[in-house]
Design a protein around this ligand. Structure first.
Ligand SMILES: Cc1ncc(COP(=O)(O)O)c(C=O)c1O
Length: 425
């Protein structure tokens, strides 16, 4: 099975100075040291454009939707613009974009709606590599007699065991739920190929792209998936979730909704009043990425092309940081590295790293780094199946280091030096 559809063409070097100037919070100091935000997988920082858009909502468009007066119309226009931005982001039509509180809430709601149509004995395939938000909502359908089949990993490199996947997709499979990239070890899954396998078996494909979205361009048309979810707070936007659904699928399933709410797309899936100020911020986050793309490639005319140019540049930047960091980490005594470390295979992973050092509890390491202004994450980050499968759940899980495009080589070196110091103690 081939590896993921990434844009591997080269870009001119990322304009890091411009990027960092867009993110005011990157100037934060901790104990007299510059903060190094290596906590992106739990939520990225936001550019000034996003903050301005949220503020502008309150200044000029703070009203509920569809009223016959100026602020309500302004809000309608902002939401429509944000939906258009997300349609370019996903590469779909506007009415196929659904906003929601976060990926977890959206997925539970979708699973409940899909579950209405399933019967005992129907099967859903989930994986050991996934965040629990792409496992628990489907497991909840076990109450109805739906059978959940879980695909294993190859623990040597933390990739999905594709032979196991092929065995588990059968004529009884109704849906395959797979992550685009692991939020723990960074593995990128061959989701286009898995979508074909699912469709050949007559099943739907649901992709959790929450972790992939800050690292690579998403193209739901090319993937041909039925559903794809991601959360703007992981790609430089505010704390919300978004869903792409193929139009026929969004029409096929019946969400639980209040009677007076519209039944048209996409409204039928957006229950209650949305966090409208944050939807304004989502549009601005996508436009920030497009602005970055135009700076990287002046020939990128429309927003979609600009987004592709942005990701070409950020991916190249992140791969360079990743190589530098992995090389440094592998030289640290007693460091256990999880996942793909060979630079020749970087197209199969993104720049999120999980490690352990000896028997140290990862919280202890995270604290040590935090006191030095370096922000990382410790625990299982809700990738519970994986931390159990790798036998680290009872020992505090992993330490996660997340690199995104606003991180620098200097920050990567600082992290490695601090971990070396920790390991020497
Ligand atoms: C891969 C992945 N999927 C799903 C989620 C859940 O997203 P949300 O916080 O939007 O519910 C996360 C959050 O960390 C994640 O990393």
């Amino acid at each position: 099975m081939s590896t993921p559809a990434l844009q591997e063409t080269t870009s001119k070097p990322l304009d890091s100075a411009w990027v960092r100037a867009q993110f005011p919070s990157l100037k934060l100091q901790v104990n007299g040291q510059a903060a190094a935000f290596l906590d992106g997988p739990a939520g990225t920082q936001v550019p000034r454009q996003v903050m301005d858009a949220v503020q502008n909502y309150f200044l000029t468009g703070n009203a509920n939707t569809c009223g016959a007066f100026a602020t309500s119309r302004a809000n309608d226009a902002t939401i429509a613009a944000a939906r258009g931005a997300m349609a370019d982001f996903f590469h779909c039509d506007k009415d196929e974009v659904v906003f929601g509180q976060n990926m977890t809430t959206i997925t539970f709601a979708l699973a409940r709606a899909i579950g209405r149509e399933l019967k005992a004995g129907d099967e859903i395939v989930v994986t050991t590599l996934d965040h629990d938000a792409n496992v628990a909502p489907w497991r909840a359908l076990e109450e109805k007699g739906v059978v959940i089949r879980q695909v294993d990993i190859r623990d040597a490199d933390c990739t999905l065991d594709l032979d196991d996947l092929m065995r588990k997709i059968t004529s009884k499979t109704k849906l395959v739920a797979v992550g685009y990239a692991s939020n723990a070890v960074g593995t990128i899954n061959p989701v286009a190929e898995i979508t074909k396998l699912a469709h050949n078996a007559g099943a739907m494909m649901f992709i959790d792209a929450v972790h992939y979205a800050p690292h690579g361009a998403i193209d739901v048309r090319a993937l041909d998936c039925d559903f794809l979810v991601c959360s703007p707070y992981k790609f430089f936007g505010p704390h919300m979730g978004t869903l792409y659904g193929k139009r026929e699928r969004l029409l096929q399933f019946k969400p639980y909704k209040v009677r007076p709410a519209p039944d048209a797309l996409p409204d039928r899936w957006e229950t209650g009043t949305q966090v409208q100020e944050l939807i304004a911020g989502i549009g601005a986050a996508v436009d920030y990425l497009a602005e970055l793309g135009r700076r990287q490639d002046a020939s990128a005319k429309d927003r979609r092309s600009a987004l592709l140019a942005a990701y070409r540049a950020t991916r190249q930047h992140e791969a360079a940081l990743l190589g530098r960091m992995i090389e440094g980490l592998l030289g640290i005594p007693k460091l256990r590295f999880f996942g793909i470390s060979d630079p020749k295979r970087f197209h199969e992973r993104c720049s999120t790293i999980s490690i352990r050092i000896g028997d140290h509890n990862p919280t202890e390491i995270g604290k040590f780094l935090g006191e030095r202004g370096i922000f990382t994450w410790d625990g299982n980050y809700y990738a519970l199946n994986l931390s159990e499968r790798l036998g680290v759940e009872q020992q505090g899980g992993f330490l996660r280091i997340g690199l995104v495009h606003y991180n620098t080589a200097e920050e990567a070196d600082r992290l490695v030096a601090a971990l070396r110091e920790f390991a020497r103690r």
